[in-house]
Design a protein around this ligand. Structure first.
Ligand SMILES: Cc1ncc(COP(=O)(O)O)c(C=O)c1O
Length: 322
């Protein structure tokens, strides 16, 4: 980061950002890339480039941009959401086929079908590549664009061996984050066709996401993308260890079959407590988790948590829960 060659990315002349965008686009088999500060902005500039105000976006009912991005898709883009109840975060081609509408003066026009991979609210679940292909075909046959919120796409790659570019080939635009398991401090990328991304570029500026000497953070993102994917399997085995330890404390506390990648959603209600209480107790032990006011808590593994530290976390969970 300290030695990154920089320019002014608002004018498109930061060489480190440009090289990162080209590298990411090539890796994912797309024409172009656009570096953005966050995954939330990536989703907005992609969806905003594919749809017009009043259009409809078909998504899974627990989609991140529907629940956790401050209502940005409505507030900034004027898009309607058409949530479909999925299974483990996955919507099917049959579901999509049954809701796509072309838009008359009565109906909104279905402009985009969005998939999330891995699905955060479902617990880091993978969108199976065969279903992604089927959804893609149904949408494309009907002239509907596709977006993938692939914030943790490389976790899906690491867990399945399917190249990230295979999922990318199912959609027009795809967002992924450098700042999650890949380990960079900040930054996300949108990839897609050049003409779509030039509209995304305009939207990024409108949203205040044009960053000047952004090469400083693009340099860290480059390291994350070059070295992050190959070690994500470590996070997955750490998550499994946590899940198995919780299941050993109470088999109803966690669904082991739902731990696909680097997340564990635990039901701590079975220990007679709430997620928030357990999170607060773990924080006192130096362990950061996300606990709801209800029975659910989320534990996420990443590059800064070693397998030794997972053992520390297991001991702390035992102390707090039993
Ligand atoms: C699936 C998914 N999409 C998008 C985002 C948004 O990323 P950011 O926090 O960088 O805006 C997140 C963040 O957790 C996420 O899990």
């Amino acid at each position: 980061m300290a030695t990154a060659e920089v320019g002014d990315d608002v004018f498109g002349d930061d060489p480190t950002v440009n090289a990162l965008q080209e590298y990411a686009a090539e890796l994912l088999g797309k024409e172009a890339g656009l570096f953005v500060p966050t995954g939330s902005m990536g989703n907005q500039v992609a969806l905003g480039a594919l749809a017009r105000p009043g259009d409809e976006v078909v998504c899974e009912a627990g989609a991140h941009f529907l629940h956790y991005e401050g209502g940005s898709v409505a507030a900034h883009l004027g898009l309607m959401m058409r949530p479909l109840e999925g299974e483990a975060g996955v919507i099917t081609s049959d579901q999509v086929a049954s809701v796509v509408r072309t838009g008359t003066e009565h109906n909104p026009h279905t402009a985009v079908v969005a998939m999330e991979n891995t699905h955060n609210a479902a617990g880091g679940r993978i969108f199976p590549i065969d279903e992604a292909r089927a959804v893609s075909k149904v949408a494309r046959d009907r002239g509907v664009s596709l977006h993938m919120d692939g914030a943790r796409l490389f976790n899906a790659q690491a867990a399945t061996g399917t190249a990230a570019s295979e999922w990318a080939s199912c959609v027009d635009t795809l967002t992924f984050c450098f700042s999650k398991g890949l380990g960079a401090p900040v930054g996300s990328m949108v990839v897609g066709p050049s003409d779509v991304l030039s509209e995304s570029h305009r939207l990024r500026k409108r949203l205040g996401g044009g960053m000047r000497q952004a090469g400083v953070i693009a340099a860290a993102a480059r390291v994350a993308l070059e070295t992050g994917p190959e070690r994500l399997h470590e996070d997955h085995s750490n998550a499994r260890r946590l899940a198995e330890a919780l299941a050993a404390m109470n088999p109803s506390a966690v669904d082991l079959g739902a731990v696909d990648t680097n997340m564990v959603y635990a039901d701590v209600g079975v220990f007679g407590t709430t997620g928030a209480q357990v999170s607060a107790a773990l924080r006192r032990e130096g362990i950061l988790t996300l606990g709801s006011e209800g029975p659910v808590m989320r534990l996420v593994t990443h590059r800064d948590v070693s397998s030794d530290e997972i053992e520390t976390a297991v001991s702390a969970l035992q102390k707090v829960l039993i």
